[in-house]
Design a protein around this ligand. Structure first.
Ligand SMILES: [Zn+2]
Length: 462
């Protein structure tokens, strides 16, 4: 199969297309013979329980049986993974393949898109080897539709990487989040997002991104975040957006006097975000938003986005809507922790730490409210392949290991619109299977030590 890939690669490079792209001749085949994976345990996603022992039968790219024992067809190869737990491949619902550790703004200014694309292929490999077999890339941050090339190279079997949902650049307003507002205007430094300033422009931008290969829509719904400093008083509900807050009764939050110590301005109105949601639906996909808090979170929930990412500040009213519409919050703790631990100055570290403390406090309230969650790390600014720490942090701050894993698998698959394809070890699902040492329900950090990775029946790590 590898030889076929190389031949196809050369054919494309010569510009002489020998085979139609639809046929995808390089698409990795599953194994030539059935494989039975055997381990001490298997995590049953639906029940949230461990069964012992665990077996998965893989034929071609798919799972045909899973449980405590499976049929062993003639000619099947049995792989005994010993004292490990079989689980579906992990899902990271918020990654940036086109970012690496270092100053984020300068990466996008200094590094060319081809250079960034090469790094993105290495990031995709690192994530896969860490057990992430499906990911949602939440914006290339100025690399436009270069993610289309990465996704297609993975799908055609040319490079290893997770199954990807991609958005191209994210969408933001002129002068908003991700715009290059701190540079000399005479230098015309580009935004890291595509501009759209009203509903019509949003729809046009989504169509342009779709034409270039995007498979979902990423929108910045809130702008730069602020917190009141020590000894300062909060300006009250929604700060400068107080009229919107009052209209929608997002005021006092029972038992949470510090709720309005945090503020982030909203960017799009409900009608504008709803136009995005409708256009995405027309294209068979959905919208994920960068959304740190109110009133942007309320607007996004009302508009019916697929997920609210970062979700640092959610009012009681917003959480009610998220529960009713089953819109997951994606907390992205790992990036907040990383920024707090790697701040350029003690003052910056104190600000980042205060933000993380606020976030932890609010997360506990969100867990108690019973809203759905998905797992997304925001990896990129911290090293690819290390993001399973997100599950550890979600458990540390209030979820059970089983609930965090179910959030990863079930809600992750749903917001990536692969809910009947990935995220469970069930007949008919893709054979995306990992093994971790020991029992992840007793020690969630097991997911940071993945010892076996299979995607679509192909073994990448053993
Ligand atoms: Zn992000």
């Amino acid at each position: 199969m590898r030889i076929t890939c190389l031949v196809f690669g050369i054919a494309v490079a010569c510009g002489c297309s020998l085979v139609s792209a639809q046929e995808k001749p390089g698409l990795p085949d599953g194994p030539a013979h059935p494989i039975v994976l055997h381990a001490a345990r298997l995590f049953d996603v639906e029940t949230g329980k461990i069964v012992t022992p665990g077996e998965v039968l893989v034929e071609d790219k798919r799972i045909t049986a899973a449980g405590t024992s499976v049929p062993h067809p003639a000619g099947a190869e049995t792989i005994d993974l010993g004292d490990t737990t079989l689980m579906p491949g992990l899902i990271d619902a918020h990654v940036h393949l086109f970012l690496h550790p270092g100053a984020e703004d300068l990466q996008t200014v200094v590094e060319s898109v081809p250079q960034r694309t090469i790094l993105a292929t290495l990031a995709a490999k690192a994530d896969l080897m860490a057990g992430f077999t499906a990911e949602r890339d939440m914006g290339t941050e100025g690399a436009g539709s270069a993610d289309t090339a990465v996704m297609r190279a993975i799908n055609e079997g040319l490079i290893p990487g997770p199954r990807l949902r991609i958005s191209g650049n994210a969408i933001s307003i002129l002068g908003g989040h991700e715009d290059a507002i701190h540079y000399n205007p005479a230098q015309h430094v580009l935004s890291n997002a595509d501009y759209a300033n009203d509903a019509e422009q949003i729809v046009e931008t989504i169509r342009e991104q779709h034409k270039e290969g995007s498979t979902f829509v990423k929108i910045y719904e809130t702008g730069p975040d602020e917190m009141v400093g020590p000894g300062e008083r909060s300006p009250g509900p929604c700060w400068g957006d107080k009229y919107l807050c009052a209209e929608n009764q997002l005021g006092e939050q029972a038992g949470d006097p510090e709720f309005w110590n945090f503020h982030t301005p909203y960017q799009y109105t409900e009608a504008q975000l709803e136009a995005a949601v409708r256009e995405a639906a027309r294209l068979g996909t959905n919208v994920g938003v960068h959304d740190q808090g109110e009133p942007g979170a309320y607007i996004a929930a009302m508009a019916g986005v697929a997920s609210i990412d970062h979700a640092t500040q959610l009012s009681e009213k917003t959480m009610e809507i998220m529960k009713a519409k089953q819109i997951p919050a994606v907390p992205t703790f790992t990036i907040f922790e990383y920024f707090a631990d790697h701040a350029p100055s003690p003052a910056a570290a104190a600000r980042e730490r205060a933000m993380l403390d606020y976030k932890i406090h609010e997360f506990k309230r969100q867990v108690a409210a019973g809203i759905p969650f998905a797992v997304g790390s925001d990896v990129g600014p911290f090293p690819h392949g290390t993001q399973a720490r997100e599950l550890e942090l979600m458990v540390k701050y209030g979820m059970t290991p089983a609930a965090a894993l179910q959030a990863d698998y079930l809600n992750g698959a749903r917001i990536l619109t692969w809910q009947n394809e990935v995220g469970q070890l069930k007949p008919g699902y893709y054979a995306d299977v990992i093994a971790v040492p020991g029992n992840p329900l007793e020690d969630i950090t097991a997911v940071e030590r993945v010892s076996f990775v299979m995607k679509g029946g192909v073994i990448y790590r053993k």
